[in-house]
Write a protein that binds this ligand. Structure first.
Ligand code: SF4
Length: 365
């Protein structure tokens, strides 16, 4: 059913007034996931919120949190004549220290865009004289497919298929934000797709240990509005609970089949995040029995020199400490066409979303 313009305006006013009535102090909510950031902008949710409710983006854009050293390693592999790189398309434009995968592709590197890691296997089969390295970037949502690809490569005897793993887990990053002295978040909108795999348990510590309310949320505008409402009601009532707004998709136990494959192939490991540094247990490394698929084990590289783009404040954006237009590069020397940092590249990046939908018009004091 479509609402008329008048009905929509009445519903929006009802929401805004309801929120404003319940908020007695400024509150800061973090939408952890880049998909939520984009949905919030697209649907105009920021304009519906009273000024006392601030929405900040979090570390949920996989391309954004992948550090430069990973990109520099991928670029170094792409320069080897005996390798083919397979990758999701949004990695191509991310600036490394002195190049991008797109620039390397233009110079002749064999870099192929795939929509699923499984598409790497026919490439490996057709090119037995080359190593095919899949750039495994993403969270709980994409990692099970990468794990299933490793299992298939094993079954098919494809020992020239390799994985450069930068998979990450969301909860340890939230723990880092919550335990940081400069991190002040009053409530979290949690990523529904990641929780659909992991279940609710890994997020329970947010409310139980840190007394911060959190809501697992879907991706429609109404899902997000409802989740914000739940957070505000909890804050107004002095409660801190983990709620599941996305019950039509997220089961408390998650997806047992996906988790089983993930746990068969990967084990938690320390990982580097852009803006956070190393976080224990926040990455996924191939288990010893699958380590022969690990690119860095099979093809160790020497001296990959890495540096961060000068003046880029992506790290602070990802930790929710600043909004993108607080960065002096924003919209000037850094745009989606000419990105300085990773947060301006991915469609889910906070800087890209601010540029495309907001252009900084909703900066909070
Ligand atoms: S606007 Fe560009 S340079 Fe600034 S934080 Fe975002 S990505 Fe980095």
């Amino acid at each position: 059913m479509r609402l008329t313009a008048e009905e929509t305006a009445r519903a929006a006013a009802f929401f805004t007034e309801g929120i404003a009535r319940r908020v007695s102090r400024p509150v800061r909510l973090m939408e952890v996931c880049g998909t939520h950031t984009v949905a919030i902008f697209r649907s105009g949710i920021r304009q519906l919120l009273p000024a006392s409710v601030e929405l900040v983006s979090g570390p949920g854009c996989p391309v954004c949190v992948t550090p430069n050293e990973y990109l520099d390693t991928a670029i170094a592999y792409s320069r080897r004549p005996d390798t083919i790189i397979t990758t999701f398309g949004d990695m191509l434009k991310v600036p490394g220290s002195d190049s991008t995968l797109m620039a390397e592709k233009a110079r002749g590197a064999d870099i192929r865009i795939v929509y699923s890691p499984l598409e790497s296997l026919p490439v490996a089969r057709d090119n037995p004289g080359k190593k095919v390295i899949f750039l495994a970037v993403g969270f709980e949502t994409t990692a099970p497919t990468a794990a299933a690809t490793v299992l298939q490569a094993e079954q098919q005897g494809l020992d020239n298929f390799l994985v450069l793993s930068a998979h990450k887990l969301v909860p340890p990053a939230l723990q880092t934000i919550l335990s940081a002295p400069d991190g002040k978040v009053d409530g979290f909108l949690l990523p529904g797709h990641a929780a659909a795999i992991s279940g609710l348990e890994p997020y329970r510590f947010v409310a139980e240990t840190y007394q911060v309310p959190a809501v697992v949320t879907g991706f429609e505008a109404l899902d997000i509005l409802q989740a914000i409402y739940i957070l505000i009601e909890q804050l107004a009532g002095g409660k801190a609970e983990l709620a599941n707004q996305y019950r039509r998709v997220v089961k408390p136990e998650g997806n047992p089949s996906a988790r089983k494959i993930l746990e068969q192939v990967y084990q938690p490991a320390a990982a580097n995040w852009r803006g956070f540094g190393g976080i224990d247990g926040s990455g996924l490394a191939l288990r010893p029995e699958y380590r022969h698929f690990d690119a860095q084990t099979r093809l160790p590289l020497d001296n990959v020199v890495t540096r961060e783009p000068a003046g880029c404040r992506c790290g602070e954006v990802l930790r929710g400490l600043i909004v993108p237009d607080a960065c002096p590069h924003f919209g000037r020397s850094c745009t989606p066409e000419q990105p300085v940092g990773a947060c301006m590249v991915s469609v889910e990046g906070a800087c890209a979303a601010w540029y495309k939908y907001g252009q900084g018009r909703w900066t909070y004091a």
